[in-house]
Ligand binder design. Structure first.
Ligand SMILES: [Zn+2]
Ligand SMILES: [Zn+2]
Length: 359
């Protein structure tokens, strides 16, 4: 934020944050701790400045900061149990450092939050969702037969499911938590193409964090599924969505066929689903898959860093369309990897799903 002119909440720093993030990534425990502390304070200042500027878009952010009160430190997970009610947040059932409880939902949510936190910190140098070490709260056993998981701006909430069996799946948890990151960084409006991009970014990190946990899997070896094995046994479906082959995740009489297009030719115009945000996200999802496999290696190292830089790019409008997002991934690929083929691989990945990048 220090080095960018025209950033929404610019402040002027002696040590720029990208340096601090390098320290967090590469430093020993002590160096890391102090760099994190500095980044936290920087971000607090940035957010306080945001509050003073009081742009309408910053209200959620401002509310988050005042709710947190003080700057927090490292990983701080709290899992609540709603006891199958719809009261949030319910009782604390596991807090940071406590041993496993034996309740699968509780322990999986705890681990999922931990893996997500670790990926963002270790690979991207981001300290928690808000970038300032804010605590992570999840609620499990929400509602009765509740077939969903959601992020409400404060809590990551998981139902026990009815048709869905296993909502605390890691890709789902990371997907939801990443909505918290997008809210802070880009505020992509949850409608039509900008909404599909919001969904897309959550799917990208959902899959990439799973690949990270699988030993920094090679992109070509990954399953690229969101919610693999999440459907009840009698349902014909392998996942909620497939990033490599959108439209192939399920085909069952009860739940229907996966409606995701894999190319702009199949773009769905609808008023449902906020203008198809969970549908048309298949198009950028496949572009990311093509970029990551084209670049090779662990997708979380290069492709996801390009996408993360795009999410943080001040030129990304809250109403961004696919084409604008694609152009910014191309520009950020050049910035991050000026010597390599990455930018051209990114460009052809978008072209393959029907999005031509033109400057
Ligand atoms: Zn910034
Ligand atoms: Zn989502």
């Amino acid at each position: 934020m220090c080095e960018q002119v025209g950033h929404r909440h610019s402040i002027f720093c002696v040590v720029p944050p990208h340096v601090l993030r390098e320290i967090v990534r590469n430093g020993g425990p002590d160096a890391r701790e102090s760099a994190l502390k500095t980044l936290s304070i920087d971000n607090t200042q940035r957010n306080l400045r945001g509050i003073r500027l009081a742009a309408p878009v910053d209200q959620a952010l401002a509310a988050g900061v005042s709710a947190l009160g003080t700057v927090q430190g490292g990983k701080q997970r709290t899992i609540h149990g709603a006891n199958n009610t719809e009261t949030l947040p319910g009782d604390v059932v596991r807090s940071e450092g406590a041993p496993a409880t034996g309740d699968r939902a509780v322990d999986e949510a705890y681990d999922g939050l931990g893996h997500t936190y670790d990926y963002y910190l270790n690979i991207l140098g981001r300290n928690s969702l808000d970038g300032q070490g804010g605590p992570l709260h999840a609620v499990v056993h929400f509602g009765q037969n509740f077939d969903n998981a959601f992020w409400d701006g404060r809590y990551m909430v998981f139902g026990d499911g009815f048709l869905l069996d296993h909502l605390t799946d890691l890709t789902v948890a990371t997907h939801e938590l990443t909505h918290g990151v997008t809210e802070v960084e880009a505020q992509l409006l949850y409608h039509k193409q900008s909404g599909a991009l919001n969904e897309h970014v959550s799917d990208v990190f959902g899959s990439v964090v799973k690949q990270y946990v699988n030993g920094r899997q090679d992109a070509g070896q990954a399953d690229w599924l969101i919610g693999e094995g999440i459907w009840r046994d009698d349902i014909q479906g392998k996942a909620l969505r497939s990033m490599s082959n959108p439209g192939s995740a399920h085909d069952d009489p009860l739940i229907g066929k996966d409606p995701q297009p894999a190319h702009m030719d199949g773009y769905v115009r609808t008023h449902e689903d906020n203008g198809g945000v969970h549908i048309n996200s298949g198009i950028p999802n496949r572009a990311f898959y093509l970029a990551a496999t084209g670049i090779g290696g662990f997708a979380g190292d290069k492709a996801a860093r390009i996408w993360y830089a795009t999410l943080r790019d001040d030129r990304l409008r809250i109403r961004a369309k696919f084409k604008e997002f694609a152009l910014l991934t191309y520009i950020n690929a050049w910035n991050l990897f000026p010597e390599g083929d990455e930018a051209n691989i990114v460009k052809s990945a978008w072209a393959e799903v029907g999005i031509e990048i033109s400057q």
